[in-house]
Design a protein. Structure first.
Length: 450
């Protein structure tokens, strides 16, 4: 048990550092835009929902690649890993190009989905146009880094992210405030900084690939045809991607509900709340990612009994880190309230929303570890897709619209009801974990024989 714990922690530390850096960039965005104005914070918060959806696509495809690659790495089949990486890149670039084209040519229409306010539409549309380049780079980067993680090379990913995120924060200041003679772009400066840093990160990925002896970044992998692996990827990765997209779209509907029915004060407060929630889930989500990689490698070696023990250790660690995350958010409440440049009503909403998230992160931690970590490590992504889709689209989203648009409940009652989604599915998620139906070796023999 101690061995599994130490292995998980060893993989977790670099992933947690990456998550911290990611949150640091988002924090820098909010902190700097706080001095520009509430409308810029709100517009970026809404426009960034498209990046959140895109992240879910990339994360789902990357997780699908990790599902297969980690097990094939346990089996020492590097050629299969190359083919899976190419398949994931193929789908990732298609989606990235569609989002980039939309952001470049119809940004105002994209913003109208989330808000009717002309000022927010104008600011958000400019943001989307500037960030369109980042979408394409991101689609390549995320798949390559996922492949590196699947073979245990998480430290390299951390180094790449450290450079990119640090550059992003620096350029945020330059373009938001117009430092060193640069144009003063406000919210658009956030997007420009992101695009430049993503281009730089992609170039670093190419350099790492040239020096790597195992995992390469080659677009030529997209054209390798292996029907069995493609079928496995479709069977396992596509449900994982659809799971994350379905969940991400549903979570974006929360922003639609907040933006369309609850007012700009709640929108601005939600920007700070999302930041606090991201901070609170850093540890537990890092453990979920690391545990999934380790479990996949163990299962690929066909050590199924060991995988059961490792999964048990992972769950216990998740509960502990989920509790720590809630405590962190509780401690952040006075910090956020003293810092946030919000109206009096906005500050009141922010306090209540942060209190709700002190326990909400536990629900998110357990479900993410089981659905996106444990179940997918065993090749079971379909169950999570069905569970999350029913939970979000049959329960949470309709409940939010009914409570806000039909019943017209007070804003914080609507927000509270939206935050019950994670706990509603606990009984089914925990029951599926105990059934052990998720535990499967999904690798194949003789993949490349004529």
């Amino acid at each position: 048990m101690k061995t599994y714990r130490s292995q998980i922690i060893k993989l977790t530390i670099p992933i947690v550092l990456q998550n911290i850096l990611s949150v640091a960039v988002n924090s820098a965005d909010v902190i700097m835009l706080n001095y520009v104005g509430q409308s810029h914070i709100s517009a970026v918060s809404l426009a960034a929902q498209y990046a959140s959806i895109l992240f879910m696509v990339f994360y789902g495809l990357g997780t699908g690649a990790i599902m297969l690659c980690s097990q094939y790495f346990g089996k020492k089949d590097m050629r299969a890993i190359q083919v899976v990486e190419g398949i994931a890149l193929r789908y990732s670039l298609i989606v990235a190009c569609l989002f980039a084209a939309s952001a470049l040519f119809i940004p105002k229409q994209m913003m109208r989905v989330f808000t009717p306010e002309p000022e927010l539409i104008s600011i958000g549309a400019s943001y989307l146009q500037y960030i369109s380049v980042a979408y394409i780079c991101w689609g390549i980067i995320e798949i390559y880094l996922s492949t590196l993680r699947s073979v245990g090379q998480v430290s390299i990913c951390t180094i790449l992210n450290t450079f990119a995120f640090s550059l992003n924060i620096l350029l945020n200041a330059v373009f938001i405030f117009g430092l060193f003679g640069a144009p003063k772009l406000g919210a658009s400066g956030v997007a420009l900084a992101t695009s430049i840093s993503r281009v730089a990160e992609l170039l670093l990925c190419v350099l790492v690939s040239l020096r790597s002896k195992s995992v390469k970044l080659r677009l030529s992998y997209m054209f390798i045809n292996n029907k069995l692996l493609h079928r496995d990827f479709i069977k396992m990765a596509i449900p994982a991607m659809m799971n994350d997209v379905s969940w991400g779209l549903a979570f974006s509907m929360y922003s639609v509900i907040i933006g369309q029915f609850l007012g700009s004060d709640v929108v601005a407060a939600n920007s700070f709340t999302s930041l606090a929630r991201n901070i609170g889930t850093i540890l537990s989500f890092g453990v979920a990612s690391a545990g999934g990689i380790l479990l996949g490698q163990i299962i690929g070696e066909n050590r199924l009994e060991d995988a059961k023990k490792a999964a048990s250790v992972l769950i216990k660690m998740t509960v502990l880190f989920g509790a720590i995350g809630g405590l962190i958010i509780l401690l952040l409440i006075p910090v956020f309230l003293s810092f946030a440049n919000l109206t009096e009503a906005g500050r009141h909403y922010l306090k209540i929303m942060l209190l709700i998230n002190t326990y909400y992160v536990m629900g998110a931690a357990v479900n993410t570890t089981l659905i996106a970590g444990v179940f997918r490590a065993g090749g079971d992504s379909r169950w999570g897709f069905i569970c999350d889709t029913i939970d979000m689209w049959v329960y949470a989203v309709p409940l939010g619209f009914i409570s806000a648009a039909v019943l017209k409940l007070p804003p914080m009652w609507v927000y509270f009801l939206l935050c019950t989604d994670e706990f509603v599915k606990w009984p089914w998620v925990i029951s599926h974990y105990r059934s052990r139906k998720w535990l499967k070796n999904i690798t194949r023999d003789n993949l490349f024989q004529e």
